[in-house]
Design a protein around this ligand. Sequence first.
Ligand SMILES: NC(=O)C1=CN([C@@H]2O[C@H](COP(=O)(O)OP(=O)(O)OC[C@H]3O[C@@H](n4cnc5c(N)ncnc54)[C@H](OP(=O)(O)O)[C@@H]3O)[C@@H](O)[C@H]2O)C=CC1
Ligand SMILES: O=CCCC(=O)O
Length: 291
Amino acid sequence: MEGEIGFLGMGIMGKAMAMNLLRHGFKVTVWNRTLSRCDELVEHGASVGETPAAVVKKCKYTIGMLSDPAAALSVVFDKDGVLEQICSGKGYIDMSTVDAETSSKISEAITSKGGHFLEAPVSGSKKPAEDGQLVILAAGEKVLYEEALPAFDVMGKKSFFLGNVGNGAKMKLVVNMIMGSMMNAFSEGLVLADKSGLSSQTLLDVLELAAIANPMFKMKGPSMIQNNYTPAFPLKHQQKDMRLALALGDENAVSMPVAAAANEAFKKARNLSLGDLDFSAVHQTVKGGEH
Ligand SMILES: NC(=O)C1=CN([C@@H]2O[C@H](COP(=O)(O)OP(=O)(O)OC[C@H]3O[C@@H](n4cnc5c(N)ncnc54)[C@H](OP(=O)(O)O)[C@@H]3O)[C@@H](O)[C@H]2O)C=CC1
Ligand SMILES: O=CCCC(=O)O
């Protein structure tokens, strides 16, 4: 990837991903709505752009990592947004988790100005982002995908090219729908074990050796039994993903009662003001009582 890379959105993920690019020798210009969140990146050698448009003007390639469809649309379409400076020879890569319709809207606007577009949502959370171990689910313009590979190889352990715009978004939503449902089943299991007089730690030990062993149970289990929900993947974003996945199920007439129940639990957790905690805090909705 020649030249400087622009990076919009210095949240949990954007910050870790941009930091990784800097560590591997890329020149990076960052922007965040709350500007102070760029400070740590500047200490590590990043430049700051005053607006998304200013970043795109300066950089041949710009990456977005924003919270949800509204944020992803806002940085592109609003005043001083990406669209004001995107043009032939420039690429925009949206790595946010959004629905296919949002991604297509952005793609059409970028390409109508002669720019190139790729959606590239990621699987993997804060730690994989810090360690360059994300799984990248790209779709859109193949040429831009190939140009972006040196950066994807730094941010991720594996990149998939899934074809037309929308396929990356859909794949990501399917994966997170499964993950959100699993987290609910896991939470119920932890509480059931505890209330039945079993040791939660022994349950984790058994699960780790069982056919259903997985990295998520292994990583989240110990902190969940300590009621520690320091955010890696904010619960409000997981609920957004369940909502978007259920809408995809509606469109395709796929009955998803398990995902629908999981979504209700995440909504309940948001209602209990747990939205900014890690998505594993849905555990608290099963436990009940004080949190
Ligand atoms: N955390 C995780 O484990 C993972 C998250 N994702 C997805 O990646 C994306 C980012 O997640 P994460 O970093 O955790 O989220 P954070 O909540 O930590 O960061 C969200 C970012 O979006 C910005 N933002 C929100 N609203 C707007 C807006 N209206 N205009 C401009 N910027 C806005 C925030 O800016 P400000 O600082 O000003 O609020 C911040 O930079 C989400 O789509 C999420 O679903 C994907 C994989 C893993
Ligand atoms: O979208 C967030 C995914 C988090 C993860 O894959 O661990």
